[in-house]
Design a protein around this ligand. Structure first.
Ligand code: NAP
Length: 288
């Protein structure tokens, strides 16, 4: 097989930087006009090292963009009821415009119940049932950040989705499922694949757009990528390896996201953009 690269890379790092710069400009305008700067509340249960790092990273990006953050660190032994109380308080606090509950929260927590305690207008991470329903009906609302980032990448690279066959591999509530609904809203014909799918290769071979959202290194074989397809790899596995066999896919795809530097940076960028949008609305600067 030839190792000649044919695909153009979809540069998530560059696009994310632009989105964050725009968010920073809007945040400054909000502060200037209302005297109050956007504020994201981050809630963390326990001290899982990866979650601590993610929250720290998100708060650092907020600070750089002129978005305040308020961190609530809860002990690992926090109950679902206590977590719901915290999230309910933040939901009615006028000084908080967005709420991020870092997950996973631990096996003893009913995460769905906790997410639902976040007021929809502050659900800047797009995790509530309200947000999922809104995006499924193509109504205004906040999208789950990674699928939102994927859609912004597709838009930035002028990918026309109407009538295209989009295959989404993975069906999690925060990633695969909403990604498929957003693609459907853009008139793609969507197929979801998951762990019980038989003959994944045959389905991927038919795809004009592949969204890999599994968490299994190189599950999607490069030779299954249809020549000229668009490949979005949301997977992030140890060693900076995605869910797609990148080297081979690169020789067949028209557009492809690198790992890292593709979907990854877009997630935080969308979180920041949505926090600013939430603040604008709550402070009376309607933007939609
Ligand atoms: P998840 O909740 O574990 O879901 C994984 C999905 O993959 C499930 O729907 C599962 O099917 C499916 N799956 C598992 N094995 C499969 C197989 N052999 N063939 C086909 N489908 C299979 O994971 P997630 O949270 O959606 O994350 C997926 C990946 O995206 C991970 O690598 C994660 O690190 C990455 N991620 C990246 C970002 C980012 O910012 N870039 C954000 C979130 C996640 P079942 O439903 O049947 O179990």
């Amino acid at each position: 097989m030839s190792t000649t690269q044919t695909a153009q890379l979809m540069d998530g790092t560059h696009l994310a930087k632009r989105i964050v710069e725009e968010a920073a400009v809007k945040a400054a305008e909000i502060s200037h006009r209302t005297g109050s700067s956007p504020c994201l509340a981050t809630v963390l249960v326990g001290e899982d090292p990866a979650s601590v790092t993610y929250v720290r990273m998100k708060r650092a990006r907020c600070a750089k963009a002129g978005i305040r953050s308020r961190h609530i660190a809860l002990p690992a032994a926090t109950t679902t009821a206590e977590l719901i109380d915290t999230l309910s308080d933040l939901s009615v606090d006028p000084d908080v415009h967005g709420i991020l509950l870092q997950h996973p929260c631990g096996p003893h927590i009913d995460e769905r119940a906790a997410f639902e305690a976040i007021a929809p207008e502050k659900d800047v991470d797009g995790v509530t049932m309200h947000s999922f329903a809104a995006l499924s009906f193509a109504l205004p609302g906040f999208v789950s950040c990674t699928p939102g980032g994927i859609m912004r990448l597709l838009e930035a690279y002028d990918v026309d989705l109407a009538g295209k066959h989009a295959v989404v591999v993975g069906r999690s509530a925060i990633l695969g499922k909403p990604a498929g609904m957003l693609l459907l809203a853009k008139d793609a014909t969507v197929t979801y694949c998951h762990s019980r799918t038989t003959d994944l290769s045959a389905i991927v071979r038919e795809a004009d757009v592949v969204v890999a959202a599994v968490g299994r290194p190189r599950l999607i074989r490069g030779e299954d990528i249809k020549p000229g397809a668009v490949v979005i790899d949301a997977g992030y596995n140890p060693g900076n390896v995605g869910d797609v066999d990148y080297d081979t896919a690169l020789t067949r795809a028209r557009l492809i996201t690198p790992v890292p530097g593709g979907v990854g940076p877009m997630t935080i960028a969308v979180l920041l953009a949505q926090t600013v949008e939430a603040a604008a609305k709550q402070l009376g600067m309607q933007r939609r």
